[in-house]
Write a protein that binds this ligand. Structure first.
Ligand code: SF4
Length: 504
């Protein structure tokens, strides 16, 4: 297989991994200049908000494991290929020089064994930095089960690392990915998280001329030299670094400076949104993850252990992203957004509007006196509008006209606020009326509108607006497996499914 064919196979095999914020399009040249190919190049966003292109490939899709949901599983009949380290380096450098890409996203199936795969990935990133002088962005996967020294050394060359948990519960992993025990997935996450903290602490103590930290990268040197030493021309052991060494150029010396991320597949198991969100919350809190990515399950394989779904649950994935945003930037907790009684998001309403609707007794709030944290909880008010309101309040009392100018979406916020004691024109305390108003404010298609009361026997899924709900689409083709899943999932959903609450 020549390099281009390999690129086709291994770029295509990488497309289901969304943990680098991928997107891509295909556009064929019609007497113009250039082509756009979906495979191979994806986009991600840098810290300063720039959109950058990455070469997104697998090192290999010759997997020894047989995860049921995965297109690359050992028993699946697909074209197989593996790059050599030279080939990945050549592709990266040539694409970079031609300005196609600004960085590399390198993942891999498990080739031979986890440590062998990780070693190959380490060789690639080490040579890219040391031999090629490549300073572009690099994001690689840590392979669960690989020797931790390899993971650590790789972390000194890359910007971001991720370990994909994929399935959001212990049971899901047990049934669909039996060769990937939870512990093996969480161990590298814990290691990376610890490494990031230690690296930052080291940097701080060096910055103040105090090298008292007892964390030494020497511990992890598998090659007899200091990892990262060749890359920057200065060793990464703290005592020998001066302030000068922490110029922008040396940022790459830090351990995984852009943080770690993970991916959860939504809809391959009967896990409810509550379980998924609680897991994300735990990951943010325990491992300080930069991002959790959600990927709607794409049914590429038929297997009795997998659900028969009509289409990937994209709206459900979207709701989880919205809720994830609320966890990270709006001070919400998973238990506030969902409960055992309501374990899945409403497909018609975004999670914040849904929360407000369930807590109508807390509204309306007087915009001129309510505190910042509560302002953030009002649908139609984002972080910027809330900050502007607080600033504007210092000058004088606000009315609805002022709020409009500030950027508040009154079609939504008007149901939850008073201005100097006055309510907005459409104000109501009736939950059904408010919901209808919020749904139409979002301009959902007619088929997605709320259906008050119970669904009729003859309503179609589209009419009910429930078609995207996991519970409506989760059908198994094997009675044994249905029984097996149900016996487990009928147990109380009290958070025990959350990857054992991330106990390691
Ligand atoms: S280890 Fe990864 S690549 Fe291999 S089958 Fe499982 S999910 Fe797919």
């Amino acid at each position: 297989m020549d390099l281009l064919e390999k690129l086709g196979v291994l770029a295509d095999a990488a497309k289901y991994d969304v943990s680098c914020s991928s997107s891509g399009g295909t556009r064929n040249n019609k007497n113009g200049v250039g082509n756009s190919h979906a495979a191979g190049i994806c986009h991600t966003w840098s810290d300063d908000g720039r959109c950058v292109s990455l070469l997104k490939i697998l090192l290999s899709n010759e997997c020894i494991y047989d995860c049921v949901y995965c297109v690359n599983r050992a028993s699946n009949d697909v074209p197989r290929a593996s790059f050599t380290a030279d080939e990945v380096i050549e592709l990266t450098m040539n694409f970079y020089r031609r300005n196609y890409i600004e960085g590399l996203f390198l993942s891999s199936a498990v080739l031979k064994n986890p440590s062998h795969t990780m070693e190959l990935m380490l060789e690639i990133v080490r040579r890219l930095r040391n031999e090629q002088g490549f300073f572009g962005y690099i994001h690689i996967k840590a392979i669960p089960g690989a020797d931790e020294r390899l993971i650590h050394e790789a972390g000194l060359y890359v910007d971001r690392m991720s370990v994909n948990i994929e399935l959001p519960s212990d049971k899901g992993l047990e049934v669909l990915a039996p060769q990937k025990p939870v512990k093996a997935l969480l161990k590298p996450m814990q290691q990376i998280s610890r490494g990031i903290v230690e690296s930052k602490e080291n940097r701080k103590s060096f910055h103040y001329g105090n090298s008292t930290s007892n964390v030494s990268n020497k511990t992890f040197s598998s090659s007899g030299r200091l990892p990262g030493g060749e890359f920057s021309g200065s060793v990464s052991s703290g005592a020998e670094l001066s302030k000068r060494d922490f110029s922008r150029r040396d940022k790459n010396q830090l351990f995984v400076p852009a943080g770690q991320s993970t991916q959860l597949i939504v809809g391959a198991t009967p896990d409810r949104d509550l379980s998924i969100l609680k897991l994300s919350e735990a990951l943010y809190n325990k491992f300080s993850l930069k991002r959790v990515y959600y990927s709607a399950f794409v049914p590429t394989i038929t297997d009795p252990r997998l659900p028969t779904i009509m289409k990937p649950p994209l709206l459900r994935e979207h709701r989880l992203y919205q809720a994830d945003w609320l966890l990270r930037f709006y001070g919400f907790e998973a238990d506030e957004l969902l409960s055992k009684a309501n374990p899945d998001f409403d497909v018609e309403l975004d999670p914040k509007a849904n929360w407000a609707l369930k807590n109508l007794h807390m509204f309306p709030m007087e915009v001129n006196t309510v505190d910042y944290e509560m302002l953030l909880r009002v649908p139609g008010i984002g972080v910027k509008s809330a900050q502007r309101i607080i600033a504007a309040r210092r000058v004088g009392k606000l009315n609805f006209e002022n709020l409009k100018k500030i950027g508040v979406v009154l079609k939504r916020a008007g149901h939850f606020l008073t201005c100097q004691g006055k309510t907005y024109e459409s104000y109501s305390q009736n939950e059904y009326i408010v919901k209808e108003a919020l749904v139409s404010a979002k301009l959902l298609p007619q088929s997605k509108k709320a259906v008050p009361g119970q669904m009729s026997l003859f309503s179609t899924i589209n009419e009910s607006g429930l078609g995207e709900n996991m519970s409506d689409l989760y059908l198994f083709s094997s009675p044994e497996n249905t029984k097996q899943w149900l016996s487990y999932y009928n147990q109380p959903q009290d958070g025990r499914l959350l990857l054992s609450d991330i106990h390691i």
